[in-house]
Write a protein that binds this ligand. Sequence first.
Ligand code: ADP
Length: 500
Amino acid sequence: MEKYVLALDQGTTSSRAIFFDRSGGIHGTAQLEFKQYYPKDGWVEHDPVEILRSQKLAITAAMEAGEITADRIAAIGITNQRETTVVWDRNTGKPVYNAIVWQCRRTADICEKLIASGLSDYVTEHTGLLIDAYFSATKIKWILDNVEGAREKAERGDLLFGTIDTWLIWWLTGGRVHATDYSNASRTMLFDIDRLEWDDKILNTLGIPKCMMPEARPSSGDFGTVAPGITGLESLVGIPISGVAGDQQAALFGQACFSKGQAKNTYGTGCFLMMNTGETSMRSRNGLVSTVAWGLGGKVEYALEGSVFNAGSVIKWLRDGLGLIKSAPEVNILAESVENAGGVILVPAFTGLGAPYWDMYARGTMVGITRATTAAHIARAVLDSIAYQVKDLITAMEDDVGFKLSELRVDGGASVSNILMQIQSDMLGVAINRPAVVETTALGAAYLAGLHTGFWKDLDDIEKNRKVERIFTPQINEDQRGRRYAEWQRAVGRSRNWSN
Ligand code: ADP
C-alpha cells in the first residue's frame, strides 16, 4: 500500500493541503481561501480561528480528492506565511487579538523609535535582519501594548506567542507542543541565529516576556503527533508532525538547493530570491538579510535573502492599469512580437526600491521612449524590468558571498513565461533551471517531514526526485550584457529620490 506525506501550505490568502508520494508526485490537493481584514489604511489582519478552520477543511478535502485514508499518511509537514503573529491564551486556546499579518505596517513608528535608539547594528548582528515592521517582534509588542490586560496576562505566563506554524502545531497536538522551527524563528527579529536561542536584550527592550516564546527546534524533527479530539481530524490521531519551515525556506529545500551557493527565485506578485550560504551565517554589505535556511540532521544551514517588491504585479499593471493586455499570459505574446524593447526601459519602483537601493522615495519611470515605441515594446520592457531587478539582487548577493552563481532555480506563477526566463538567463549570464513540479514550497515541507521519519532516506534520495522541465541558457555575450545592464542602472538613477 503506497504511503504519502501530507504537506500543509498555510499561505497569506489561502490554506492548502497536498499529498506527495515517494517520487515527489502530487496526489490529491485542496485549497481554501480565507478573509483578509483591513481595519485601517496599511493594516492587515487574519482571523487565526478561520485559518485553522480552512486548514482543517483543506486536509479533509485533499484526502477525499486523492482518495487517501489516514492509515496511508506517513507524516505531516507544515510550511507557512512567515512573520504573521498570533498571541493566544494557553488556558482557553483563544487568540487575544487577530493575527497581525506580515504586510501590516502599523508598527512602523515603533521601528523608527528602535532605530533612533541605536539598536540597528545589534539587531543585524544577532538576528541577521534589519529593523522593520515586517517582522514579528514589534507586532507582539503592539498586541501587548494595545489589548486590555494582555501584558499582565503575558507576564503571568497565560499567553503564548506563535507564528502560524506554531499556532497550527499547538492546535494539532491538542496544546501539548508549543514550538517553532529555526527558519520561522529567524523571521521574528527576536532570535539569535548563531546561538539558536531567543535574544534576551531584544525581548527586554520590547517588553516581551520570554515565557510567551515557543521552543525553537530543527526544521526536520519532532513536533508531536496529532491529538485526539480535533473535530474533523479524528482519523489522523497519532500521525507525526515532523517537518516545519517558513515558505521561502521550504521552497529553497523543495528546489533541492542543498549546497552552498545554490539559489532559487520565486516569481510571484513580488520576487523572493534565496541563496544557501552553508553552515555560516553571512552579514550583507548590500542590504540583504540573513536567515536560517533549516536545521536538519544535527546541522544548521543559512541563507541570504532579498526581495523585489514589484514583479508579477507589473504584469498586472499592464493589464489593469494600462489595459494593454487582457490576461497575464498575453504579455508573453505581445513581448515576443518584437525583438527587444526598442530602447525603452521601465523602472517599476511603484512603492519605492528595495535591496540593494533601499530608496522608499523612488517612483516608477519609463525612459527611452521615441515616436517608434509601441505597446509591444512596453510589454517587453515590463518583462525586462522583472529580470533586471532580480539581477540587481543577484549582483548584491555575489558581492556578499564572493563567488558567482552557477545556475538559478525558478518557481512561482510568472516562471511559466518562457520569454521571461530567457531574458533572465541572458541578463544573468547563467542557466535558468525550471523544475517539472513547481509546488516547491509544499514539497519542501513534505521532504523535511519525510526525512525525519525515514520516508525518504537522505538528501540524495530527494535530489533524484527533482525533474528538470526546461533549462534556459544565455543567448547574448558578456559585452551586450554589460551594456544593457549599464543602461538599466542609468534608468534606476532617474527613478530615485523622486517623491519627497
Ligand atoms: P503570488 O503567490 O504572489 O500570488 P503567483 O506565484 O501565483 O503569485 O504568481 C502570480 C503572478 O504571476 C501574477 O502577478 C501574474 O502577473 C504572473 N503570471 C501568471 N501567469 C503568467 C504567465 N503565463 N506569464 C507571465 N506571468 C504570469
